[in-house]
Design a protein around this ligand. Structure first.
Ligand code: IPM
Ligand code: MG
Length: 350
């Protein structure tokens, strides 16, 4: 019986995760669920954002269903005690180097975006973000410079093996789609990016069927709102991917619609699945959050960790069906509560 670790976390995390779990349970696949605290919620009960028992459960499980972390009450804590440390810790400890963030516009949500409907209609792109390297995990600290001024620093670096393994995920993803891969970097300024670009170019000879392009991140940010549909698969580093994926979410109607998978291999155990939105403390506990991103993350869990493509598609079709019938939470201009949106999806589960 596959074991799913449920880590609801902070803010709206528990609300949306509850709906995702309901959907998984309704599929009647004999899944077993075990829940554990993470982030600020874990800090409150144990003094640590990532208790060892939570990490052990995440490692032991076949997949992790993650809510969200982040709580303004803990912003002043030292970095390793803040909620974010838990998310970064799980990613690193589980070796989840490949973050898959699809941005798909469901029919009917064209007017929910702040872009022109014709610019985003039919949007279907995937951002493949490197997740355990870059400036996120480089040496960082504070020091005083020669003039005695306080200075903060975070070292950005990638080695060729790290670039190669994520680029391979990008090429493989493109192979299964429209065969277009755009590698995003800042090679005009950063040496880390130049190495990235060199490695991606070297690999392209193994993928003659893939049309490879390179784009500087500033230009990519512009193109993403100018003509998002010109992209198919984007592969990029940790920091650029963080920023571009939030931006892409706006092309898809709402950040409440975007799921993600964090993987250490294309398929198999130990993936982690989470909505890309954060804990949204401003609306936490009010039943207003859109559970679709969490539910679609559960679909990705079925696809990647349980190799159950049929069930994944059932869930995705149920979300599309609910939206087609007009089900909308507040972020999409509607008035359904989190639970009512979950109900609407469950009704469509055929
Ligand atoms: C994300 C989030 C995280 C990140 C934060 C919460 C650490 O923004 O998953 O995109 O920066 O990776
Ligand atoms: Mg982010």
């Amino acid at each position: 019986m596959p074991l799913i670790a449920v880590l609801p976390g902070d803010g709206i995390g528990p609300e949306v995760t509850t709906q995702a779990r309901r959907v998984l349970e309704a599929l009647d696949l004999g899944l077993q669920f075990e829940e554990a605290p993470v982030g600020g919620a874990a800090y409150l009960v144990s003094g640590r954002p990532l208790p060892p028992e939570t990490l052990t459960l995440a490692k032991r499980a076949n997949a992790v269903l993650f809510g969200a972390i982040g709580d303004p009450r803990f912003e002043a804590l030292e970095r390793q005690l803040r909620p974010e440390a838990a998310l970064l810790g799980i990613r690193r400890e589980l070796g989840l180097f490949a973050n898959i963030r699809p941005a798909t516009l469901f029919p009917g949500l064209e007017s929910a975006t702040s872009l022109k409907p014709e610019a985003v209609a039919g949007l279907d792109i995937v951002i493949v973000r490197e997740l355990v390297g870059d400036v996120y995990f480089g040496e960082k600290g504070r020091r005083h410079n020669a003039e005695g001024l306080r200075q903060g620093y975070d070292v950005m670096s990638y080695n060729e093996a790290e670039v190669e393994r994520i680029a391979r995920v990008g090429f493989e993803m493109a192979k299964r789609r429209k065969k277009k891969l755009c590698s995003v970097d800042k090679a005009n300024v950063l040496e880390t990016s130049q190495l990235w670009r060199d490695v991606v170019n070297e690999m392209s000879t193994q993928y003659p069927e893939i049309e490879l392009t390179h784009m500087y991140v500033d230009n990519a940010a512009m193109q993403l709102v100018r003509q998002p549909n010109a992209f198919d698969v984007i592969v990029t580093g940790n920091l650029f991917g963080d920023i571009l994926s939030d931006q892409a979410s706006m092309c898809a109607g709402s950040i409440g619609m975007l799921p993600s998978a964090s993987l250490r291999a294309w398929s198999g155990d130990n993936g982690m699945y989470e909505p890309i939105h954060g804990s949204a403390p401003d609306i936490a506990g009010q039943g207003k959050a859109n559970p679709c991103a969490a539910i679609l993350s559960a679909a990705m869990l079925l696809r990647h960790s349980l190799s159950d493509e049929a069930s994944a598609q059932r869930v995705e079709k149920a979300v599309a069906g609910a939206l087609a019938k007009g089900a909308r939470t507040a972020d999409l201009g509607g008035s359904l509560s989190t639970t009512e949106m979950g109900d609407a999806v469950l009704r469509e589960l055929v």
